[in-house]
Design a protein around this ligand. Structure first.
Ligand SMILES: Nc1nc2c(c(=O)[nH]1)N[C@H]1C(S)=C(S)[C@@H](COP(=O)(O)O)O[C@H]1N2
Ligand SMILES: [Mo]
Length: 445
C-alpha cells in the first residue's frame, strides 16, 4: 500500500471507503449480510457514527424525514448544463504526477474504477495532448483534402455537418495504455494502469464519403495522411483499406453533443480498433498518397522495441484486452461475503466473445457474463459473482475475441515482446486481495 499512500486522494473511494475506522468496526460487528450493512452505513456515513450503530441495529433511518422530503427543491435549470452530484466529486480524471514535465504534453486518466456500463461520460474521457489543447473556433476551422484526388477541396464545419451522418460506439485506447507496467508493477490503481481507455458514441461522416466526393484515386492512393491543427504537427498514416471499410469517421459528435475541446472539437478522426494516436484531433487535412509517410509520430514515436533490439513499426491495432475495474487496486473489501466482480473487455479486431475470470491467480477460471450491448471495437462490460471467504485471493480476467485471439499473460507477452517496450501491453492484469481486504496491483507470470 505504500505507493498508494503516496498519492492521497487519488483513488475514488468505493462507497464503503466513506466510512471511518469506527464505522467499519460497527459494520463488521453488526454481523449481517455485507451488502445490506454496507449500503445502510454508506448512506448514513455523512451523519454521526451513532446513527450508523442504530441503523445496523434496526434501520431507523427509514423513519427519518430529511430536509429533501419536507422542503421545496431547487428550480429547473439551476444548473443550465447539468453537473454530477457533489457527493461524486472524488470521481475525476487525474494526471499521473511526474509522468511528463509539462501538462500541455501529458495524459489525464479515466477513473475506470467508478464507472458503470460501457459509455465514458464525456467529462471523464481521458486526454492525451502532445502540445496542449485549444477551444478551436468552429467558424474558422477548415478541413482540406489533397493529394491523389481529382478535386482538391476545403470544407467548412457547415459543409461537413450538412452531409449524411452515422453514429457508432467505439473504444479509444492510447497505444501507451498500461505502458508503465512492462517491466514491473508501477502504478497503484486501475485509473493509472488502464485509464487511457474510453468508449463513446461518435457521430460524423465516413471519410470514404468525403474522399468519394473529391474523386480519390483508390488504385494508386493506398494511404492517407491525417494532420491536426494543434502545434504538435501530429500526422499519422492510415491504410486505405480501413477507410474503404467505411469505419473511419470524420467526427464532430461525442455522446450526443459536439466533441469536447480536449477531445478534438470541432473535428477529429475516429479510427476504430486502432491506437489513439491515429485518432487525430482538431483534424484539418487529409492527404491521399501512395506510400506511408513515416512521420515523426510513426518513425521515432509509437514504435515497439522488440527483445532483439529491432523496432516494430505501424503496429496500430489494439489487440484483445480486459481488466477488472472493481474490486481493483486501492479499494478495500470490508467483509467477506458476496461481491460482484465487474470489468471491461475490448478488441481492436472485432467483438469480444468470452471473458473468463480467476480468483486464485489463474489456476481455476469461470466464464463471466457479457452484458449487452456487445459491439465490434467497443468496450464490453462483464460481470461475475464472487463470494470472498476472507482469505488471500488474486483476481484476473482473460478475454477472447471473434478472431479467436486469447489475451496473453505477462509471461507470454514478455517472451514475445521483451520488457523494454512502451506500447501495446495487453497482458492479463492481476489484483491481489489480502486478509485485511486491501486490494493491490501485482503481476503473475
Ligand atoms: N492533433 C492531435 N491529435 C491527437 C493527439 C495530439 O496530441 N494532437 N494525441 C493523440 C493521442 S497519442 C491519443 S492517445 C489520442 C487521445 O485522444 P483523447 O485526448 O480524446 O483521449 O489523441 C490523438 N490525437
Ligand atoms: Mo496515445
Amino acid at each position: 500500500m505504500a505507493n498508494i499512500d503516496a498519492r492521497p486522494g487519488r483513488i475514488r473511494p468505493a462507497p464503503e471507503n466513506f466510512l471511518t475506522h469506527e464505522q467499519i468496526v460497527a459494520v463488521k460487528e453488526g454481523r449481517r449480510g455485507f451488502l445490506r450493512t454496507a449500503f445502510v452505513a454508506a448512506s448514513a456515513a455523512m451523519a454521526a457514527p451513532a446513527v450508523v450503530q442504530a441503523a445496523v441495529q434496526g434501520d431507523p433511518a427509514i423513519l427519518e424525514l430529511p430536509s429533501w422530503s419536507t422542503t421545496l427543491g431547487m428550480p429547473v435549470a439551476a444548473n443550465p448544463y447539468g453537473l454530477p452530484s457533489r457527493y461524486e466529486r472524488a470521481l475525476q480524471r487525474r494526471e499521473s504526477p511526474g509522468l511528463t514535465r509539462v501538462g500541455g504534453s501529458s495524459v489525464s486518466f479515466t477513473p475506470l474504477q467508478g464507472l458503470f456500463g460501457i459509455i465514458t461520460p464525456s467529462g471523464l474521457h481521458f486526454e492525451r495532448h502532445h502540445q496542449g489543447w485549444h477551444d478551436v473556433d468552429p467558424a474558422r476551422h477548415r478541413l482540406m483534402i489533397n493529394g491523389l484526388v481529382k478535386t482538391q477541396a476545403v470544407f467548412t464545419m457547415d459543409d461537413i455537418m450538412r452531409l449524411p451522418s452515422v453514429s457508432r460506439i467505439h473504444f479509444i485506447e492510447c497505444g501507451a495504455n498500461t505502458g508503465m507496467e512492462w517491466g514491473n508493477v508501477a502504478v497503484p490503481t486501475v485509473q493509472y494502469s488502464h485509464g487511457m481507455l474510453s468508449c463513446s458514441e461518435f457521430t460524423g461522416v465516413p471519410l470514404k464519403e468525403i474522399l468519394d466526393m473529391c474523386g480519390a484515386d483508390y488504385k494508386k492512393g493506398r494511404y492517407v495522411l491525417a494532420e491536426g491543427a494543434d502545434g504538435s504537427s501530429m500526422t499519422r498514416t492510415i491504410p486505405m483499406e480501413l477507410i474503404e471499410s467505411g469505419e473511419v469517421l470524420v467526427a464532430y459528435g461525442m455522446n450526443g453533443e459536439m466533441l469536447r475541446p480536449e477531445n478534438g472539437y470541432p473535428l477529429r478522426l475516429v479510427v476504430p480498433g486502432v491506437q489513439g494516436v491515429s485518432w487525430v484531433k482538431w483534424l484539418r487535412r487529409i492527404e491521399v498518397g501512395d506510400q506511408p509517410w513515416a512521420s515523426k509520430d510513426e518513425a521515432v514515436h509509437y514504435i515497439d522495441l522488440m527483445p532483439d533490439g529491432q523496432h516494430r513499426q505501424y503496429s496500430s491495432i489494439q489487440e484483445c484486452k480486459s481488466v477488472i475495474t472493481t474490486p481493483s487496486g486501492g479499494q478495500l473489501l470490508l467483509d467477506k461475503g458476496f461481491y460482484n466482480i465487474s470489468g471491461l473487455a475490448w478488441s481492436g479486431r472485432g467483438k469480444v466473445t468470452r471473458v473468463d475470470v480467476s480468483t486464485d491467480g489463474g489456476i481455476n477460471w469461470r466464464q463471466a457474463r457479457l452484458e449487452t450491448p456487445v459491439l465490434s471495437k467497443a468496450s464490453t462490460r462483464f460481470n461475475i459473482d464472487w463470494v470472498w471467504d476472507g482469505k488471500p485471493a488474486i483476481l484476473q480476467s482473460r478475454a477472447v475475441d471473434d478472431s479467436g485471439y486469447v489475451q496473453p499473460g505477462y509471461g507470454q507477452l514478455r517472451a514475445a515482446r521483451g520488457t523494454r517496450s512502451i506500447y501495446h501491453n495487453n497482458a492479463i492484469q492481476s489484483w491481489k486481495v489480502v486478509e485485511s481486504g486491501e486490494v493491490s496491483n501485482v503481476q503473475v507470470l
